[in-house]
Design a protein around this ligand. Structure first.
Ligand code: FE2
Length: 278
């Protein structure tokens, strides 16, 4: 990685904004706030029913569609749009749709209840939530992923906006979400120890991304360059669902055992459509 940079520049939010709201049940009004850029993030504690956690985890580990990411310490089901063409992403999404659906379609599925709750909230504003599409093909409904990396970060510091600017994905509707907010949704179905979500109060600009050679990937930001910024570490436990603004640099810190999540990205692409992708 090139290092012609001594300081990351970009947008820092007001200290009052840089905090997580916490609730004991899902409140889609708060999720709307994150989508609208009025709030950094929200965590709903212990909202995934125990039976749904157990069944999702069992199906994940038993799935014939579970893959080991090349060169990355994680297992996953589903595909990533990160660092590839729209065509490659959507082809992989189609190939993995069956195994993904199998994990999502458990009784009391957190994925289904979150989506239907948010759909109801969006309907009040004449808007819908749907998976992103391109020329008749559909994005992955979710990425189910287990991290098991040793070291100071289980998932290195990165942000989720740069990957939406990849020229190989020009014309893919997710790129229009950049005009508003890119939000990350995570549902924790398996968790042992550690694995906190870390966020830094910086949304890097293009000049910094370019200097780091990560203009279209947003992965990764050297930890020493992040020391200048306020950070927030959020304990995450089995059963929690959290949503946050993915333009802020974020990471997962040291984790012991399996930390398995159902996740997707989402954002408004116009006034009436929230699309989701992975
Ligand atoms: Fe992320």
């Amino acid at each position: 990685m090139s290092r012609e940079i001594r300081r990351i520049t970009g947008f820092q939010t007001d200290p009052d904004f840089f905090r997580f709201e916490e609730r004991e049940e899902i409140d889609c009004g708060l999720v709307m706030d994150v989508l609208r850029g009025r709030r950094l993030g929200v965590i709903f504690r212990d909202v995934i029913p125990e039976d749904a956690q157990k069944e999702s985890v069992a199906r994940f580990w038993a799935s014939p569609g579970r893959e080991r990411r090349n060169g990355e310490p994680s297992y996953h089901i589903g595909s990533y749009h990160w660092n590839k063409s729209t065509e490659a992403y959507l082809a992989e999404a189609a190939q993995t749709a069956g195994p993904v659906r199998d994990v999502l379609d458990v009784p009391n599925s957190p994925w289904h209840s979150f989506r239907s709750g948010l759909a109801e909230e969006l309907a009040r504003y004449g808007a819908v939530i749907r998976t992103a599409r391109h020329e008749g093909a559909e994005a992955s409904r979710a990425l189910i992923r287990a991290w098991d990396k040793e070291g100071s970060f289980a998932l290195e510091p990165h942000e989720d906006a740069a990957q939406c600017r990849d020229p190989r994905q020009a014309g893919f509707e997710v790129q229009r979400a950049l005009d508003r907010e890119i939000c990350a949704v995570n549902m924790c179905i398996e968790h042992e120890e550690g694995g906190r979500l870390v966020l830094w109060n910086i949304r890097p600009d293009d000049a910094s991304r370019r200097a780091l050679g990560i203009e279209h990937t947003g992965f990764s930001y050297p930890a020493d360059l992040l020391a200048d910024f306020d950070e927030l570490r959020l304990d995450v436990r089995r059963g929690d669902v959290y949503v946050f603004n993915g333009s802020h640099v974020h990471a997962v810190d040291t984790s012991k055992g399996n930390r398995t999540n159902v996740s997707f990205l989402m954002g408004f692409v116009d006034e009436h459509n929230v699309v989701t992708w992975t």
